[in-house]
Design a protein around this ligand. Structure first.
Ligand code: HEC
Length: 126
């Protein structure tokens, strides 16, 4: 039946058109979704790591505190200011004297970023 195959063809055409329209719509959605939102900088991520992992003990501004019988040192002043980057890194990685080790949950890069974050944010150094 020639009529039937013609209507099949036009159905196929309509389907193809719908697919193109959908694809264009999907692509449209995609471009909108992948437009850069509020960018999360490496520094923001380090800040979040600090807030999540360190602030409970060292305080949101690195000021240190007394937690029960444990004295948490300030990261802003005193000994950590004069310690080397390597020392701070090792302390973060291995912990000790009441501080948990972070080498199992943070990678070297994150711990390195934390050292620089402490220097810049808390100690006003570059
Ligand atoms: C459970 C509490 C606790 C948490 C959580 C914690 N710390 Fe500590 N931190 C301490 C204590 C206690 C010391 C002192 C250790 C000592 O006297 O040797 C310390 C020491 C340090 C030091 C060395 C200071 C110095 O002068 O020797 C640095 C740097 C440091 N912490 C950074 C961090 C960072 C960065 C984080 C998060 C990744 C963190 N700490 C998480 C308790 C904590």
């Amino acid at each position: 039946m020639p009529g039937a195959s013609a209507s099949k063809r036009s159905l196929a055409k309509a389907k193809a058109a719908a697919c193109i329209a959908l694809a264009a719509f999907a692509l449209g959605c995609d471009t909108r979704a992948s437009k850069p939102g509020p960018a999360v900088s490496a520094e923001d991520r380090t800040r979040q790591t600090y807030e999540r992992s360190c602030a409970v003990c060292h305080g949101p501004r690195g000021e240190g505190k007394q937690l029960g019988t444990m004295t948490i040192p300030s990261l802003r002043e005193g000994p950590p200011v004069n310690k080397t980057d390597a020392y701070l890194f090792t302390q973060i990685a291995n912990g000790g004297n009441g501080m948990p080790p972070f080498k199992f949950t943070l990678d070297d890069r994150q711990m390195d970023d934390l050292v620089r974050f402490i220097r810049k944010e808390f100690q006003g150094k570059k």
